[in-house]
Design a protein. Structure first.
Lengths: 326, 436
């Protein structure tokens, strides 16, 4: 039997293999398992054969006794089996069978994701700077009043600052779990997601400008952005936690899925634009010659189709019609 | 903007209207005529209240007056609209001069002119005999009613003829009408009914429904063999359908009138009952110029507290810039283009909108077009429509144009939009040169 001495966060502080019985547990230096605990007696407890081939833990007349870690109930004698947890003083002991089967070792990640940005700091810095420029450009092209350069940089810097706070939080977690900050990597990930988001929405605007009324470009861009966000979260997790790659993706997918589910449910039920039939449409500066067009008659033919759609909505009982909008 | 003299709604309405300045004409009252008119005719004017059945309390009040020996009472449609829209939840009662409360029933209505005929039993009250009358401009009129439920009052004012540029006739009454007076009569010193109090634009500018419309409706209700329609709401729907057919036929009727706006040719003044305004702005703070032109009617039809109809507006905006690059200019156009849409109405009365978007080549113009429509839930066959278009291709100037129609059939709206779209174009070079 192996005795694991647990620390306060249930991590293992010490493992002591027991090879011969009786074995003793206590604060004294002559014990087989030595406890660093002022609430334990010098000779606190003893493990011996019970005469039926099993082991038993016996209180040696200690001050505080053997306690159940959950209920705090005191016992004088506890049969020992694998998985048993006993509290002595302020210390919790766990008994483990040495024959316990273990999970295979985790594979050390060596891909670009994990070796990551720290291995390639130039790329990380380039991506971060590129995202900043993209943000500034996006703000500038969207401004319809007079702007100063400082104002534009300000917007981009505020966005980058928020990314830095996010990265900082991950780096702190990383420091706790892995004793390394890896700040640059945690900075690089959200920048990739942000840049992807800007490109996806920009692309979506151009596509829905050129080919209106057909494909659900918005939905497509939305899925793309969600996939990117899932990748980002998985990449953060890969750095802070020692879980397998599928587990990273599952956790990430679960969190992003739950968040977008909550966002979807809490969004206003009134969503007339849902389904790509949008009344608001972007206008883009393209030479008329390059814009695919139809005749007014063809457009009005499509308009005729709307009658059936709103009639269907109108005929449905109110609650149902409402539900459809939800 | 003209607001309806809606039947008094409690608390909120009182607070809102409480801040109105005291009527000025009333201050110089004390004319012996008013006292005489009041003494002679007050008994013919009543208070109408709409009662919510479950709470048993009044939800709205208005005024009315007897018009026949058989107990017919005239009031505004909007005073009793709750009974028409939700007959299972509301009933109406009448309070006469002797504070006697009697149940009344809506027997006929005219939603377009905002009139309703009620019937009360037992009959036998003094009544106004109705006859067509067209007084001279400036004739003194006395309007009676229950402003803010404060008791029967008389307001002196003058007849100022029929409104110009309206779709259907309305009398301009210079006198102070307040909520609660809706449905009361405006009479001459001799007691001839000239019109029915209906709405106000504030201060002394008020409106009356001409007595001719009242006569027509009362005659219909008193015609032998007339039976009250089973569903008043259905009658409302039928009247709106007839109304929109009539006025849309007059829209862009002959050759469409157009105006030149910053290099574009756009339709204007679709019919004589439209009022058009324009403005151009160039402030130094903005890196662009805007020229605006818009037309609308003053008329609209009150259906319920949640729904109104018959509104028709068109608006053109030409934007141009010398400062913004093409990307930023199109961001501006996108912003302006997105600003237009339906006015909010509850999902209980209209469906969610459905839209079609297209890129359309029309003559020399390449346009982004958006057509949205929603249907009235309780009034089948009627729709709201807005159509907007923006010119594409020019890096530094663009036209955004919007047409809004409400309470029309799908086919009529489509036809009007087709004509509207057809009349858009680029101005001839000579025209452009001529524009300042």
């Amino acid at each position: 039997m192996i005795v694991e001495v647990l620390d306060r966060r249930a991590g293992v502080r010490q493992r002591v293999p027991l090879r011969a019985y009786p074995a003793s547990i206590g604060r004294g230096y002559d014990n087989d398992v030595i406890l660093d605990d002022r609430y334990a007696d010098a000779r606190h407890a003893r493990i011996e054969w019970d005469g039926h081939g099993g082991l038993v833990l016996i209180d040696q007349g200690s001050v505080n006794g053997l306690l159940d870690p959950m209920t705090g109930q005191r016992s004088w004698q506890v049969p020992v089996r694998a998985g048993l947890e006993v509290r002595i003083g302020r210390t919790v002991l766990r008994f483990v069978d040495p024959a316990t089967t273990l999970e295979p070792a985790l594979r050390l990640e060596t891909g670009p994701d994990a070796g990551g940005a720290e291995a390639r700091p130039v790329r990380a810095v380039a991506v971060i700077a590129g995202t900043g420029v993209l943000l500034a450009l996006n703000t500038w092209l969207g401004k319809t009043d007079r702007v100063r350069l400082s104002g534009l940089m300000g917007d981009a810097l505020v966005a980058l600052l928020m990314v830095m706070v996010w990265a900082g939080a991950w780096a702190l977690v990383n420091r706790i779990t892995q004793h390394r900050f890896r700040f640059l990597e945690h900075m690089y990930i959200p920048c990739v997601v942000l840049a992807g988001f800007l490109l996806a929405t920009g692309g979506e605007e151009w596509l829905s400008f050129l080919v209106p009324n057909g494909v659900g470009w918005g939905t497509l861009a939305g899925i793309l952005v969600l996939a990117l966000a899932t990748w980002g979260l998985a990449a953060h997790l890969a750095r802070v936690a020692t879980i397998s790659r599928p587990a990273q993706w599952l956790w990430s997918l679960g969190i992003i899925g739950a968040l977008s589910g909550v966002a979807y449910l809490s969004a206003d039920g009134d969503r007339p634009d849902f389904g790509g039939a949008s009344g608001n449409t972007p206008l883009k500066p393209l030479t008329a010659r390059l814009i695919p067009t139809t005749t007014p008659a063809a457009f009005l033919t499509r308009v005729d189709g709307l009658k059936g759609e709103v009639d269907e909505l109108g005929e449905a009982p109110e609650e149902e019609g409402e539900a459809e909008e939800e | 903007m003209i607001r309806p003299c809606r039947a008094l709604r409690f608390a909120g309405a009182l607070a809102l209207w409480g801040v109105l300045p005291a009527p000025r004409l009333a201050a110089q009252a004390g004319s012996p005529d008013a006292a005489l008119v009041y003494r002679q005719f007050a008994a013919r004017v009543v208070k109408i209240q709409s009662i919510e059945k479950r709470s048993g309390a009044k939800s709205a009040i208005g005024s009315g007056f007897f018009v026949s020996p058989d107990g017919h009472v005239v009031t505004n449609y909007h005073v009793v609209n709750e009974l028409v829209n939700l007959p299972e939840r509301y009933r109406a009662e009448l309070v006469d001069g002797a504070e006697q409360v009697r149940a009344v029933e809506v027997v006929a209505l005219d939603v377009v002119h905002d009139l309703a005929v009620l019937q009360v039993a037992p009959a036998g009250d003094p009544w106004f005999a109705l006859a067509p009358i067209r007084p001279d401009r400036g004739t003194r009129l006395y309007s009676m009613g229950h402003p803010h439920d404060l008791g029967l009052s008389i307001v002196e004012g003058t007849f100022n003829g029929l409104l110009e540029h309206t779709l259907y006739p309305k009398i301009h009454f210079t006198g102070s009408l307040n909520p609660g007076m809706s449905g009361g009569p405006a009479v001459t010193a001799a007691g001839e009914v000239v019109g029915v109090n209906v709405s106000t634009a504030g201060d002394q500018v008020s409106f009356l429904v001409p007595v001719e419309r009242v006569i027509a409706l009362v005659d219909e209700a008193r015609r032998p063999g007339y039976t009250r329609p089973d569903s008043l709401l259905q009658t409302v729907g039928e009247q709106l359908l007839r109304y929109q057919d009539e006025y849309l036929a007059r829209l862009f009727a002959d050759s469409t009138r157009t105006v030149t706006l910053g290099g574009y040719q756009v339709p204007t003044e679709p019919a004589p009952f439209f009022k058009c305004w324009g403005d151009a702005s160039h402030s130094r703070a903005q890196p662009y110029e805007a020229i605006e032109h818009q037309c609308s009617t003053d008329d609209y039809v009150f259906i319920s507290g949640e729904q109104w109809s018959g509104v028709l507006t068109l608006r053109h905006t030409v934007l141009s810039t010398r400062e913004l690059n093409r990307h930023r200019f199109y961001a501006l156009l996108t912003e302006q283009f997105a600003g237009d849409g339906f006015e909010f109405q509850s999902r209980e009365v209209v469906t969610a909108p459905r839209c079609a978007t297209g890129n359309v080549a029309h003559g020399a113009l390449t346009l982004k077009t958006v057509y949205c429509t929603r249907r009235y839930r309780k009034l089948p066959g009627l729709y709201d429509v807005f159509f907007k278009a923006a010119t594409l291709g020019d890096p530094s100037s663009g036209l955004i144009t919007t047409l809004t129609l409400s309470g029309v059939t799908f086919e009529n709206a489509r036809r009007v939009v087709e004509r509207f779209l057809g009349s858009l174009g680029r101005a001839a070079a000579a025209d452009v040169a001529g524009t300042p």
